[in-house]
Design a protein around this ligand. Structure first.
Ligand code: CP3
Length: 342
């Protein structure tokens, strides 16, 4: 049927599909030689701000592997910079925020940016990708979830124990709520603008929410993510919420109202489905390190996950992003194995 919705979108809605959709978190990146070639010419943040090149690297994994969805090439910290909190990416190395947000005055100064005025390059990249993609390939927009973005802003970069963030949550909850509220407003506007520019589904990356005690997830993560999900309801695009380390939080994640629950690799996918119920589609959850083994092992592990998840309402993905050292042959083996799943 020429008019059928992309496979990926039908699976997000829990509809039966002729095969299982597949895409990979961080599918555009350093494991691809064609990505490394582009990155040799331009810094990571400049690449995010260059619509033509961002479009090109978004399409690279689609051309090579024929994934069922493309995900915008950008970073969760782009809107943080637009809020007035500068971000640098030392090369190599993780992100650094040289002016972290620590006291109420820092939080009061932050803006809720207008995406069209302050992040036009993101919207332009999405328009270009949508125009270049085949109709059967879905385009996913994304943002970081509020508590994950707050962790970078308060800690000033990646963290091990999140002592400064947790100090704010427990020691100055009113200030923490002001920050999380501004982030939720920012992300809701940002994702709505992405949908307007061509994103057909959106994923919230809550990479660090798994470090919260369940009660604290309910207080400091769930309501803000739920606010974003509910703001997107009028746009009728599926919303995927991925919480890394979220195995103990699944029911709470579902309470955000998301359409699809993204799973990391630490949880048995059959157990996750039993806890969430058959009506809640899930995405995941192969350990990215499995791709560092052989094509045979990749195929076998993919079949195990496929059988445990069941065909309906399962979007195949990794449990976290593709690692830079991943061999291309492993990704090819995964694509083949998922194609053959019932
Ligand atoms: O999935 C995709 O292909 C889209 C692109 C994408 C990137 N970052 C590109 C990227 C997405 C969806 C992200 C989200 C992101 N960024 C997250 C959430 C997902 C996750 O991994 O948990 C987080 C926590 C960040 C912040 C971030 N950006 C970190 C910690 C790092 C450094 C780690 C590393 O791999 O070097 C980045 C840099 C980054 N973001 C790269 C890419 C391709 C590597 C930059 C390079 O080319 O040198």
């Amino acid at each position: 049927m020429a008019s059928a919705q992309p496979l990926f979108l039908r699976a997000c809605r829990g509809e039966p599909t002729e095969r299982r959709p597949l895409w990979l978190m961080r599918q555009a990146g350093r494991y691809l030689p064609e990505y490394r070639e582009v990155r040799a010419q331009i810094s990571f943040l400049d690449l995010c701000k260059h619509p033509e090149l961002a479009c090109e690297v978004t399409l690279q994994p689609i051309r090579r592997f024929g994934f069922d969805a493309a995900i915008l090439f950008s970073d969760i910290l782009v809107p943080v910079e637009a809020m007035g909190c500068p971000v640098v990416f030392p090369d190599p190395g993780g992100p650094m925020l040289p002016q972290p947000v620590r006291v109420p005055a820092d939080i009061e100064r932050l803006r809720v940016p207008d995406p069209a005025a302050e992040m036009p390059f993101v919207l332009e990249a999405l328009r270009r990708v949508r125009a270049a993609l085949a109709p059967a390939t879905a385009l996913i927009g994304f943002a970081g979830a509020p508590v994950t973005l707050a962790s970078y802003m308060v800690e000033g970069g990646s963290s091990k124990n999140f002592t400064l963030l947790k100090g704010l949550l427990h020691g100055a909850p009113a200030a923490a709520r002001l920050l999380l509220g501004k982030l939720a407003d920012t992300v809701a506007l940002y994702l709505a603008a992405q949908v307007e520019a061509g994103a057909q589904a959106v994923q919230l990356f809550d990479t660090w929410a798994g470090m919260l005690a369940p009660d604290d997830y309910s207080e400091f993560a769930l309501p803000y993510t739920a606010q974003i999900v509910s703001a997107l309801r009028a746009r009728s695009v599926p919303v995927i919420v991925y919480v890394n380390g979220g195995g103990t939080l699944l029911e709470r994640v579902a309470r955000t109202g998301c359409d699809v629950v993204g799973l990391d690799w630490r949880i048995d996918i059959a157990e996750a489905r039993a806890r969430l119920g058959p009506e809640r589609p899930v995405q995941g959850n192969l350990d990215p390190c499995v791709l560092l083994s052989t094509p045979e092992v990749v195929a076998r592990k993919a079949r195990t996950i496929g059988a445990a998840a069941g065909a309906r309402g399962h979007i195949f993905n990794l449990g976290h992003g593709v690692l830079p050292e991943t061999p291309l042959a492993s990704v090819e083996a995964l694509v083949e194995a998922v194609r053959d799943l019932p």
